[in-house]
Design a protein around this ligand. Structure first.
Ligand SMILES: CC(C)(COP(=O)(O)OP(=O)(O)OC[C@H]1O[C@@H](n2cnc3c(N)ncnc32)[C@H](O)[C@@H]1OP(=O)(O)O)[C@@H](O)C(=O)NCCC(=O)NCCS
Length: 189
């Protein structure tokens, strides 16, 4: 984090990121990241199905590109007024550069747009990095799913409530000023 960001108590913006809907042509690059970051990566077919569900309005999946290269992706399932984060990952060579934060902010803005009131997800007990990210967005532990991963590791169920109001919009704007929905987004002419 830069000295200025620290002084302003604000995370540094992830520069040069373009967030776009996930497409089938992204899947090869996604698979490369997916295999590096998860012990049980999703197959190409799972992603293809999720993209199809997104086309039908039941999912929302996006990719982050920088300089034309895919550097992260994330998605969520929307059920009634809840957004369930299903996947979020950043290229292991590009982690801690604000990509996860930008992606999660995009999902949260979309969940608001769909009139969701809360967001939920599961995260490995050992996944301190992801928990740190979720904590920034106001997620709190709400329970444990025992041996949820590979029938071995527990999952923490996390919830973030009341995402629909002005206070949460301010939080998102502060976390990710570059998001298109943010009133702080710089306008490039
Ligand atoms: C979780 C993940 C998506 C975060 O993406 P990222 O782009 O590296 O995260 P960011 O740079 O946006 O960091 C946002 C915040 O997350 C937390 N964080 C990220 N990496 C961290 C780490 N290695 N250790 C501790 N906290 C970490 C910090 O709070 C960070 O804020 P800060 O940099 O201002 O301190 C990334 O680590 C990843 O792809 N992990 C593998 C896949 C995964 O586990 N996905 C989650 C499944 S539940």
């Amino acid at each position: 984090m830069s000295v200025l960001s620290r002084l302003l108590n604000r995370p540094p913006p992830a520069r040069g990121l373009v967030i776009e809907p996930m497409r089938r042509r992204d899947l090869t690059a996604i698979q490369v990241i997916e295999r590096q970051v998860y012990p049980q990566p999703w197959s190409l077919n799972v992603f293809a199905n999720e993209i199809e569900m997104a086309r039908q309005g039941q999912r929302y999946y996006v990719c982050a590109h920088r300089a034309g290269q895919l550097v992260g992706y994330a998605g969520m399932m929307i059920v009634a007024d809840e957004g369930h984060i299903t996947n979020i990952a950043a290229d292991p060579n590009r982690q801690r550069e604000g990509i996860g934060r930008r992606l999660l902010a995009d999902l949260a803005w979309e969940a608001r747009r769909c009139r969701c009131t809360g967001l939920t997800l599961e995260v490995r007990l050992s996944n301190v990095a992801a928990q740190g990210l979720y904590h920034q967005f106001g997620f709190e532990p709400a329970g444990i799913r025992q041996r949820y991963y590979e029938n071995v590791e527990d999952a923490i169920v996390m919830w973030c409530h009341d995402i629909g109001g002005a206070e949460y919009a301010r939080r998102l704007t502060q976390l990710s000023p570059q998001s298109p929905q943010s009133p702080l987004r710089p306008v490039h002419r």
